[in-house]
Design a protein around this ligand. Structure first.
Ligand SMILES: [Zn+2]
Length: 248
């Protein structure tokens, strides 16, 4: 769909996925919360996106939003079928470089099925980002931004958050996620908003008073709220006691 913006394409894809042909009239009624989650966009942008789709003839509004009910939409299937499904098409021929045309002689005869992608600037990346992508399905891969890389780096040094995130993403059902970067950003921010969680592999910063490896003290101390029980674990930097103090 060459003349749609990114959000419009996401919304159209989603109402196609949620289109129910069994009901009369056939339509889709995804919840606003679901649309926000998958697109990462705000209410107003989503409503603007739908208006754009309707104006450009890719969707119909079947019912208006009422109290407690989301507006219902139907994709314009006839219009969508006019377009061959290929990789993302450049908006106009000017984006195709001369070199690319030379490399694709078939483009010179008849109408081409697809154009090579225009040359893009170098993508920012880090070893950590490459590592994160290893647990994300290929079709959901995205380009990192400086903001993304900085959040990822913070999470890496935030207790076991990075390992927890990776384990979560590895078993995650990615199918309904249309905005993977925004989705991962929301998870990164969620991790950073909570106190860090530690393990015997990823320990809190050493306090300097206990044994650095075992995080034990030479003397016995009272366990906080421990009903008089004693411990040799360091209250300041033993991972177990720090987690407990943080509510884990
Ligand atoms: Zn300590």
């Amino acid at each position: 769909m060459p003349n749609l913006n990114r959000l419009e394409r996401q919304l159209l894809g989603h109402i196609c996925a949620r289109y129910n042909e069994e009901v009369n009239p056939p339509r889709a009624w995804p919840s606003l919360a679901e649309l926000k989650r998958i697109t990462g966009a705000h209410d107003k942008s989503i409503s603007r996106g739908f208006n754009g789709l309707i104006k450009k003839g890719y969707a119909f509004r079947v019912t208006k939003a009422r109290i407690g009910r989301q507006a219902e939409y139907a994709p314009n299937m006839a219009r969508i079928k006019e377009h061959k499904v290929t990789h993302e098409l450049p908006i106009d021929k000017e984006q195709v470089t001369v070199k690319a045309v030379i490399g694709n002689p078939t483009v010179l005869h008849g109408s081409p099925d697809s154009y090579p992608k225009p040359i893009k600037p170098i993508k920012p990346t880090t070893q950590l980002f490459i590592d994160l992508l290893s647990v994300i399905p290929k079709d959901k891969h995205f380009t990192a931004t400086a903001e993304f890389l900085s959040l990822l780096e913070q999470v890496k040094h935030y207790g076991t958050s990075y390992n927890d995130l990776k384990a979560h993403l590895k078993v995650f059902n990615w199918f309904p996620i249309y905005a993977p970067k925004e989705f991962v950003i929301s998870l990164l921010k969620e991790k950073l908003a909570k106190p860090p969680r530690y393990s015997s592999e990823v320990k809190p910063k050493w306090c300097g008073n206990c044994d650095e490896v075992s995080r034990k003290l030479s003397e016995w101390v009272d366990v906080p709220n421990g009903n008089g029980s004693k411990t040799q674990s360091c209250l300041v930097c033993n991972p177990y006691l720090v987690n407990k103090a943080n509510g884990y």
